[in-house]
Design a protein around this ligand. Structure first.
Ligand SMILES: NC(=O)c1ccc[n+]([C@@H]2O[C@H](COP(=O)([O-])OP(=O)(O)OC[C@H]3O[C@@H](n4cnc5c(N)ncnc54)[C@H](O)[C@@H]3O)[C@@H](O)[C@H]2O)c1
Length: 449
C-alpha cells in the first residue's frame, strides 16, 4: 500500500518537473525578480524582452514608482527599453511579495554588503528567502544571484525553504547563478555574458539552465551551487589581487623613478601570458573591494587565512593616502601647503561613466583633503550634489574660472565625456590618478600618480 502511494507521489513530482519545463519552454512561466538594482533591473528587461511575464519586487517604493512611470535610475538601462517592457506589461513591478504565489521562478538580486566589522551581511538574502517561503508553492524554482560566500545557498537558504518538510529537487528547485554584469560595459551585458549555474540538486541545475537559456546566449552549468558561488569569488579575487599587485608596482616604480604606466603599456604588447591591470586612486564599487572579503571570512571559518586577498586589500586601501601625498608634494613645489589650498576633485564615481558612488575612493580622498584643511570642491557630470557624512558639496561648473581658481586639480575618475585638453589648458597643477592625460600635451603642470 505504502509503496504504491510513494509511486504515485514520484509520478506527481515527475509530472511537476515536466510541467515547469513545459511552462519555461513555452515562455508561459512567470518570473519574479527580487531586488531591482544594477543587477535585477537589467535582468527583468532581459527576460521580458525574451517573451516572459516578469514581476519585479522591491522594498523601495520610490524605485517601484519610478519604474512604473518608465523612469530608469540605472545608467545601463535606457528609458526607451524600460518603456518598451512596462507599456506592454511584460514587466510589472510591486512592493507586494504575495505575487510570489503566482510565479514559477523567483530570482534574488539583493545587496550583499559587509557589516562594520567587515563580516558578510547576508540579512537581505535571508529577508528575501523568508518572504519567498511565506508565499511559495510546490514546483517553483528559486535562484540566488547575489554574490556571496560558498555555502550560502545550501547552508542559509535551503534550511529556510525546506523548513516545513518540502524537499529540494522534488517539491521545489534551488540554484545559484552569479551575476557578472560590468556596469558601463558597452560590449557585454546581461544577455551576452556567459551565465554560470549550479543547482543544489541535478534537477535544479537542469531547470535553472533551461530557464536562463531562453533569454541568455551562453549557459555554463557546474556541478553544485557551492562551485557556482566560488566561481564568482575567484573572478573577483583575481581582480582584487591583480589590482593590488599593479598598485604595488606603481608605488615601487615611484621609488625607482620609473613610469609604471609606460611599463604596463609596453608589457601588454606581449600577446600571451600577460593581462593588463591598471593602478589607480583606490579600489571602488560594490564588488571588488567587498566580495573577496566574503571569501576570506568563510575561509577563516575553516581555519584558512586568505593571504593574497588580505594583502591586496591592504595595498589598495593605501592608494587614497598616496593620492593625498602626491597632491601635497605637487602643491609644495608651488610653495603652497595643503591647508588652505583650493583643491578641485574631478570625477567622484567609483569608475568611469558609471553613476555609482559605492566604495568610491573619491569619497575618502575628499574627506582626507577636508580633514587636512584644504578648500575642496568637485566636478562630476554624473552627480550634481555630493554628501559625505557632514560634508555637503555642489558640483562645480565646468568653466575656465573653476579650473583657473584651483591650486590643484585631482583627477580621480576618468569619465569619457570630459574635455581634458580644456582642464590642462586652464589648470595650474593636475594630479592624474588614471593616466587619462597621456595623450594630452603636457604643459609642465601634470603629475602622474
Ligand atoms: N552592481 C554590480 O555591478 C554587480 C555585479 C555583479 C554582482 N553584483 C551583486 O548583485 C547583488 C545586487 O547588487 P546590485 O548592485 O544590483 O544592488 P543594488 O543596491 O543596486 O540593488 C539592490 C536592490 O535590492 C533591493 N532590496 C534590498 N533588500 C530587499 C528585500 N529584502 N526585498 C526586496 N528588495 C530588496 C534594494 O531596494 C535595491 O533596489 C549584490 O550581491 C552584488 O554584489 C553586483
Amino acid at each position: 500500500m505504502e509503496s504504491s502511494v510513494e509511486g504515485i507521489l514520484v509520478k506527481i513530482k515527475g509530472h511537476m518537473l515536466n510541467k515547469l519545463k513545459e511552462k519555461i519552454l513555452s515562455k508561459k512561466a512567470k518570473i519574479g525578480i527580487i531586488g531591482l538594482g544594477y543587477v535585477g533591473l537589467p535582468l527583468c528587461i532581459t527576460f521580458a524582452k525574451a517573451g516572459f511575464r516578469v514581476y519585479g519586487i522591491d522594498i523601495d517604493k520610490d524605485r517601484v514608482e519610478k519604474i512604473k512611470k518608465g523612469e530608469s535610475y540605472i545608467l545601463d538601462v535606457p528609458r526607451s527599453e524600460l518603456m518598451l517592457v512596462t507599456r506592454d506589461r511584460s514587466l510589472e513591478v510591486t512592493t507586494d511579495f504575495s505575487v510570489i504565489k503566482e510565479l514559477d521562478a523567483v530570482i534574488i538580486c539583493v545587496p550583499t554588503p559587509l557589516y562594520k566589522t567587515r563580516e558578510p551581511d547576508v540579512s537581505y538574502i535571508i529577508a528575501s528567502v523568508k518572504n519567498i517561503k511565506r508565499y511559495m508553492k510546490r514546483g517553483q524554482i528559486i535562484v540566488l544571484e547575489s554574490t556571496t560566500y560558498p555555502g550560502t545557498t545550501e547552508e542559509v537558504m535551503l534550511p529556510i525553504l525546506e523548513g516545513d518538510g518540502l524537499k529540494e529537487g522534488k517539491d521545489f528547485y534551488l540554484a545559484f547563478s552569479p551575476e557578472r554584469v560590468d556596469p558601463g560595459n558597452t560590449k557585454y551585458d546581461t544577455k551576452n555574458t556567459p551565465k554560470i549555474i549550479g543547482g543544489i540538486s541535478k534537477n535544479s541545475t537542469e531547470i535553472a539552465k533551461l530557464l536562463y537559456e531562453q533569454a541568455l546566449e551562453t549557459i555554463v552549468p557546474v556541478s553544485s551551487a557551492k562551485v557556482a558561488e566560488m566561481v564568482k569569488l575567484l573572478e573577483n579575487t583575481f581582480r582584487i589581487v591583480n589590482i593590488g599587485l599593479v598598485n604595488e608596482i606603481l608605488l615601487m616604480c615611484g621609488k625607482l623613478k620609473i613610469d609604471a604606466w609606460e611599463v604596463i603599456d609596453a608589457a601588454k604588447t606581449k600577446p600571451y601570458g600577460f593581462m593588463p591591470f591598471y593602478p589607480g586612486p583606490g579600489c571602488g564599487g560594490h564588488c571588488i573591494p567587498i566580495d573577496p572579503i566574503y571569501l576570506s571570512w568563510k575561509a577563516r571559518m575553516h581555519g584558512f587565512e586568505a593571504r593574497f586577498i588580505d594583502l591586496a586589500s591592504q595595498v589598495n586601501s593605501e592608494m587614497p593616502h598616496y593620492v593625498i601625498s602626491r597632491t601635497a608634494e605637487g602643491l609644495n613645489e608651488h610653495k603652497k601647503p595643503l591647508k588652505g589650498s583650493k583643491v578641485l576633485v574631478v570625477g567622484v564615481a567609483y569608475k568611469k561613466d558609471v553613476k555609482d558612488l559605492r566604495e568610491s575612493p573619491a569619497l575618502e580622498i575628499i574627506e582626507m583633503l577636508v580633514k587636512k584643511g584644504a578648500d575642496v570642491s568637485y566636478y562630476d557630470p554624473l552627480f550634481s550634489y555630493l554628501k559625505i557624512h557632514s560634508i555637503n558639496l555642489k558640483c562645480a561648473r565646468f568653466s575656465k574660472e573653476t579650473f583657473k581658481s584651483a591650486d590643484c586639480v585631482v583627477i580621480v575618475t576618468d569619465h569619457t565625456k570630459v574635455d581634458y585638453n580644456f582642464i590642462v589648458e586652464n589648470s595650474k597643477l593636475i594630479v592624474d590618478t588614471r593616466n587619462v592625460l597621456k595623450n594630452v600635451e603636457d604643459r609642465g603642470n601634470i603629475i602622474k600618480l
